[in-house]
Design a protein around this ligand. Structure first.
Ligand code: GLN
Length: 501
């Protein structure tokens, strides 16, 4: 088994036994990046010197007997998360040369745990998109099929983990951007409850929806990373002042007594037959593990979620992106007057999708249209939230597909924004309601990964992780690795540590 195939817990066990050093583990990942980046292109910036310096520091801490789950483990961060001294671009011309002067809270927390930063990953510009094709720099390729998209907007973060270029990564999720790429790349992605993880230092897209979360190879790894980054932060007043559970303790492997609901609206038209069949089998596995399944749940306002999202998210984006005026930071196109300069800066600094969102949002917020669009959307948002509140009085967890289709071909949806937006029909209601969602690999359809989405009550990530973990123990999907670069080659099965001895 290659070092770049290890999960956090497997790598940690080897570090603890001093079989490998953090520097060796980091070098293995830097070598892997050098080998596969020409094909995958998951990274905007690779930080080898920083990674090796952090790995050496981690080795010193390990040598002194310190033991922490993430100590010395190499990871990658979506390029929307501020890193002091390391370029943070949001895959936009606007921030192409922007070097932040402070770290996001999640970065400070990971550093305290001894994490090793390999680099910053590619994304759709300002996190707007579902395929990574809106990156101003280059698209990322899906390691399972290089002709296909990795999903988005955290496509680089998901592809990096799937390709063995990082043990784990962080993404951000406003309407599905952690879960959808995780599903399309065959890895685990967790969108925490709104307020669970600090957004301080996350470049804002839609502030009432944005949340940072982990992308990992196993559910146990997601539990470890969430525990490290979650919790109240005085720099983000929307973080909840609640204790952070020891998530790993929730992973009992047992689902007896658990009530699981299957909302029928998520299996409606538009869902690939292969995805639906895979999901039904996965849900049967949950039943075999002891959960009670209700196959006939209804969340009646689901059909409005896409429209609500595409009013609220662009409205908030139009306000948040007003700051890119060429005055304070970022790209500046010189002009003849202040207005001319601002127009040129925003005209050249933003790509077409970002401009589309700003226009949509500004329109929805304009005097005369505000009540009909933005305000109406907020009211329907409440109805969508109530559907979930009601369902969670009867069920502990809801199960849906993560994405209605498997990874689509590069270029296939770029000319049709609605088709692209539909990639997130299953994920965006979760952000609208502010609840938590976990994507886990559930099988293959046409040789490509299918994700199962588990939805939980606010701040009940522990139950999602418990279900995801039990499913993982009973299935082989998280151990499949993409046949990277070998056209037509079958997926490879990576044995568990215990199987290799
Ligand atoms: N694909 C959705 C959008 O384009 C969600 C993006 C996200 O979660 N950041 O807005």
């Amino acid at each position: 088994m290659e070092l770049y195939d290890l999960s956090i817990t497997e790598a940690q066990a080897r570090l603890d036994r001093r079989e490998i050093s953090a520097v060796e583990l980091t070098r293995a990942h830097l070598d892997r990046i050098a080998a596969v980046e020409p094909l995958v292109r998951a990274f905007v910036t690779v930080t080898p010197e920083l990674a090796l310096a952090q790995a050496e520091a981690a080795d010193r801490r390990l040598g002194q007997g310190e033991r922490r789950p993430l100590l010395g483990i190499p990871m990658a961060l979506k390029d929307v998360i501020s890193t002091r001294g390391v370029r943070t671009t949001c895959s936009s011309r606007m921030l192409e040369h922007f070097v932040p002067i402070y770290d996001a809270t999640v970065v400070t927390r990971l550093q305290a745990e001894g994490a090793v930063l390999l680099g910053k990953t590619n994304m759709d510009e300002f996190a707007m998109g579902s395929s990574c094709e809106n990156s101003a720099f280059f698209p990322t390729h899906n390691p399972w099929d290089l002709e296909r998209v990795p999903g988005g907007s955290s496509g680089g973060s998901a592809a990096a983990v799937a390709a063995g270029e990082a043990v784990y990564s962080l993404g951000s999720d406003t309407g599905g951007s952690i879960r959808q790429p995780a599903a399309l790349c065959g890895v685990v992605g967790l969108k925490p409850t709104y307020g669970r993880v600090s957004r301080s230092g996350l470049v804002a897209f839609a502030s009432s929806l944005d949340q940072i979360g982990p992308i990992t190879r196993t559910v146990e790894d997601a539990a470890l990373v969430l525990e490290a980054i979650a919790g109240h932060d005085p720099n983000d007043s929307t973080t909840a002042d609640l204790p952070v559970p020891r998530y790993r303790e929730a992973l009992t492997g047992d689902l007896r007594g658990l009530r699981i609901g299957v909302p029928r609206e998520y299996f409606a038209a538009g869902v690939d037959p292969g995805v639906a069949t895979t999901l039904r089998q996965a849900i049967q596995t949950l039943a075999d593990l002891g959960a009670t399944i209700d196959w006939e749940v209804s969340l009646p306002h689901t059909e409005y979620a896409l429209a609500v999202y595409y009013l609220i998210a662009p409205s908030e984006a139009s306000a948040n992106l007003a700051r890119y005026d060429g005055v304070k930071y970022g790209f500046l196109a010189e002009g003849t007057s202040m207005w001319d300069e601002m127009e040129r800066t925003r005209g050249r600094g933003f790509g077409p999708e970002v401009k589309r969102r700003i226009m949509l949002g500004t329109y929805a917020l304009s005097a005369g249209y505000y009540d009909a669009y933005y305000l109406k959307a907020q009211k329907v948002r409440t109805l969508i939230k109530r559907d979930f509140d009601e369902a969670f009085t009867r069920y502990d967890v809801l199960v849906t597909p993560t994405s209605p289709t498997v990874a689509f071909r590069l270029g296939e949806r770029v000319a049709d924004p609605i088709q692209m937006y539909l990639s997130d029909v299953c994920t965006l209601p979760v952000n609208i309601a502010g609840i938590c969602g976990l994507a886990v690999p559930a099988g293959l359809s046409k040789g490509l990964p299918v994700g199962m989405q588990l939805l939980g009550k606010p701040f009940d990530e522990a139950t999602l992780l418990r279900v995801g973990h039990a499913f993982e123990q009973a299935t082989p999907w998280h151990r499949l690795r993409p046949p990277l670069g070998q056209a037509g080659a079958p997926a490879q099965h990576v044995p568990h540590e215990s199987e290799t001895g």
